[in-house]
Design a protein around this ligand. Sequence first.
Ligand SMILES: Cc1ncc(COP(=O)(O)O)c(C=O)c1O
Length: 360
Amino acid sequence: MIRSVGHISAMSPYALAQLDAPKGMPLISLSQNESLRPPSPLAIDAAAKALEAGNLYPDPDWGDLRAALSRLHGIPADGILCGCGSMELISCITQAFADEHNSVLAPAHAYPFFRTAAQIARARYDDAPEEDKRVSVDALLAAIRDDTRIVFVANPGNPTGTRIPRAELVRLREGLPRDTLLVVDEAYAEFTDHVREPVFDLVERGDTVVLRTFSKAYGLAGMRVGWGLFPLEIARELRKVMNPNNITIAGQAAAKAALLDQGYMRETCRETARLRDGLRQRLLQAGLNVPESFTNFVLIHLESPEAAHHADHALRAEGVFLRPQAGAGLADCLRVTISVADQIEIAASLLERLAKEGLS
Ligand SMILES: Cc1ncc(COP(=O)(O)O)c(C=O)c1O
């Protein structure tokens, strides 16, 4: 038998959503934090047009896309790297900057792929407690060890949906050793632009990376385009481990066109926030515990892991798939991605009925 190397055979595969709808029932997937709308029509046209050159390899430097990102965000183009989703960047950062002699640190309820990336790199994975499901800068600083090489913080967080202010991120950065890389993952940033200040300027220090994605507010999860702003030396090292031809020609064209259609993206964020806050109010009225969210999902805290399991199964039986959160250390929680109004209506009614039956 051909065996994978030790640390890979010891790993569990990354847990994706399970979407096996009961026979004959339409699937309502509220489980992957995808956008409630298709991409901008401009992005769809641009991707279709780009396919005409599909016999050629894509631009390995993402030139047009980088230039557009640089203009929109007022950041230097040469510090931008684009990944096959931000997952590729998370994985490559970890491979390039951590190994079996050191460790990666993240908050206790962090995006589970940070742990997977550390496992692939053979690095130890440490976590620091959160305060009421919010990132605690004090706890992260207290958990730093001599061998901590990377700290990952998603802001806002997934699956918590909570966020910390820029001042807290600055305090974290200033409290970390200079040889510890801070990665601020802003996958959901566009949903909070009205309440947050950008943190791209931290990258100038040379020890901080900021990641973004087109998968959420821009509705391009299926095209796999993420990006980040990197200090130049970090970018140079990272490119050694990245796939040199990573993003398809259609993905690059779609992302650039989506970026230029800011109005469409903003409208997606507004509609998402309207449905998200409406769902939250209904669930609160039903007696469920649902903290304020700054993303395209809400997290429901149930009384126990058993209650979460029961609710998840009851909804699955009706074809509605939420995302259980044991993988993020929250076995008593279910995450609901904000989808179109009629799907949210179905989920809300089912959850209200369950709450009435005594779930919370
Ligand atoms: C916090 C966070 N980071 C990164 C990602 C990965 O996004 P992408 O589709 O760009 O790989 C996700 C996806 O859910 C996420 O929640």
